[in-house]
Design a protein around this ligand. Structure first.
Ligand SMILES: Nc1ncnc2c1ncn2[C@@H]1O[C@H](COP(=O)(O)OP(=O)(O)OP(=O)(O)O)[C@@H](O)[C@H]1O
Length: 469
């Protein structure tokens, strides 16, 4: 299908000039000589891109852009600004322009900007469509991820969830260790019992001991009532011991004893109490190193790491950033902050950041941006400066002030490919390889489904229901 471009300028000559450059490139080009006509044309016909002048007598290009975005017309917009007016260019980007061009338009630059904008729009639209189709495909309990490393962890949780082995989850802060622990609880029959968590790093030994094991009335000054500890509260369920690498040697001994015997004594108590608790331990420190440095007991370490899960940091699974960012937009958007999209420049800043605070840092950044946003789009300058350093207009000068990361289209293309492959795999298996039913389900023609299966090397035969005589 030919890509259709609408040029908007009160100067007929300028529209003709754009047409002369763009038509030989294979685009279908139409012109409107004022904003109101442009809006009418956009209502009546599908356009993929609008290239509008900024200065026009009745409705300015700026107003046209804002109306297009307010009405959520799914079209790319490139604004043509006066030469050298940097602040104007920045303003238009803030208002949701995909890109801008300076007058007089250089043919080569125009071709490049148009091609790039159309490509990005196309990928973004595809991504948005897939997101709707696939809500669910990349979720696992309260987590979302499409990175192969995380998908393996999800499989593992499903697998070890059925047994009661102790699990050690290691990984940097904010990588989702607690969510993994909750998922381990949720897939186990113990989900009928409680999931109890305790951060061991914030308490001194005596407080930690009474928090874990409870205490009897009068066990120490201030112990006015009997207290039930976390172990007892988690009886029949799961106990997450977070930041286990930070507990003292003395506490390690006490904990080991409870793990070995399955019984504990409350502080100040004499009666052994039997508990049936599945232990999940988490640590941002690598316990193996702590053992080598003789700060952590090897016997406790081996007892904890019957199953070991290593959480990859976010910088090693950048393909998850668009998915997670959109997940957090959806999670935190509200009637007062009705964000539905993340613009290109903001997404690029998210992809370029190194995320020392991992997913928690990403969630906080998106949450704050959603709360501050006024329109439906999360723009780059809503993100913290540490993630999206401000571009000073004075420092500009090149054709584009915002440096577009050229890897991004590939990254998104890969993502779309992966998402799509998994989608078709799932639908094929649901309909046992029946292409007609897959086509009906996905709203595509049989031919398109067959092409997709070929593209992703999916053999419909292998999804057929086995026949038994
Ligand atoms: N895969 C994921 N999908 C959605 N949200 C996630 C995912 N992973 C983590 N989060 C969110 O990121 C935040 C941090 O996750 P979590 O508390 O589980 O990390 P953690 O590794 O236990 O952190 P810490 O080491 O600081 O205790 C939470 O708000 C959580 O909801």
């Amino acid at each position: 299908m030919k890509r259709r471009i609408l040029t908007v300028d009160d100067q007929k000559l300028s529209c003709d000039h754009l047409r002369q450059i763009l038509e030989p490139e294979g685009y279908e080009v139409e012109a409107a000589y004022d904003g109101a006509t442009a809006l009418e044309m956009l209502r009546d016909k599908v356009f993929h891109l609008v290239v509008t002048d900024l200065k026009m007598p009745d409705m300015s290009g700026f107003e046209l852009l804002s109306t297009i975005r307010d009405r959520r017309v799914p079209v790319g917009v490139v604004v043509v600004t006066a030469y050298g007016d940097t602040s104007e260019a920045l303003q238009t980007m803030k208002a949701g322009a995909d890109d801008f061009l300076r007058k007089p338009c250089d043919a080569e630059h125009l071709r490049l900007v148009v091609e790039r904008t159309l490509k990005r729009r196309h990928l973004f639209d595809e991504l948005a469509q897939l997101r709707n189709q696939l809500r669910g495909t990349y979720s696992f309990h309260t987590m979302v991820s499409q990175s192969p490393k995380m998908r393996r962890i999800f499989d593992m949780i499903q697998h070890v969830g059925q047994v009661d082995s102790t699990v050690l989850i290691q990984g940097e802060t904010g990588t989702g260790k607690e969510l993994v622990a909750q998922a381990l609880h949720a897939v186990n029959t113990r989900r009928k019992g409680k999931f109890v968590a305790l951060n061991c790093a914030v308490l001194n030994d005596s407080l930690l001991e009474s928090e874990l094991f409870g205490h009897e009335r009068g066990a120490f000054t201030g112990a006015e009532k009997r207290k039930i500890g976390r172990f007892e509260k988690a009886d029949g369920g799961t106990l997450l011991l977070d930041e286990i690498g930070d507990i003292s040697q003395a506490m390690q001994v006490k904990l080991l004893r409870v793990l070995q015997t399955g019984t504990l004594e409350r502080v100040g108590g004499v009666e052994p109490i039997k508990v049936d608790v599945r232990i999940v331990a988490a640590s941002h420190k690598r316990l193996e190193d702590e053992v080598k440095a003789r700060r952590f007991r090897p016997d406790l370490y081996y007892r904890l790491k019957v199953v070991s899960i290593d959480m990859p940091p976010l910088r090693e699974r950048k393909e998850d950033i668009p998915l997670l960012a959109m997940h957090f937009v959806e999670k935190h958007a509200s009637a007062a902050s009705p964000i539905t999209e993340i613009d290109w420049a903001a997404m690029q800043a998210l992809l370029n950041h190194q995320w020392p605070g991992n997913i928690r840092e990403l969630e906080n950044a998106v949450k704050a941006a959603v709360a501050m946003a006024e329109g439906s789009v999360l723009h780059r300058d809503l993100l913290p400066e540490t993630i999206a350093p401000r571009v000073s207009p004075a420092a500009g000068g090149g054709p584009n002030l915002i440096d577009i990361d050229e890897r991004l289209p590939h990254l998104i293309e890969d993502l779309v490919g992966q998402v799509e492959r998994e989608y078709f795999q799932r639908v094929l298996s649901e309909y046992h390889g029946n292409v007609a039913r897959c086509a009906r389900h996905s709203g595509l023609s049989r031919r398109s489904v067959t092409q997709k299966l070929q593209k992703y090397g999916l053999e419909r035969q292998s999804f057929k229901k086995p026949k038994f005589e």
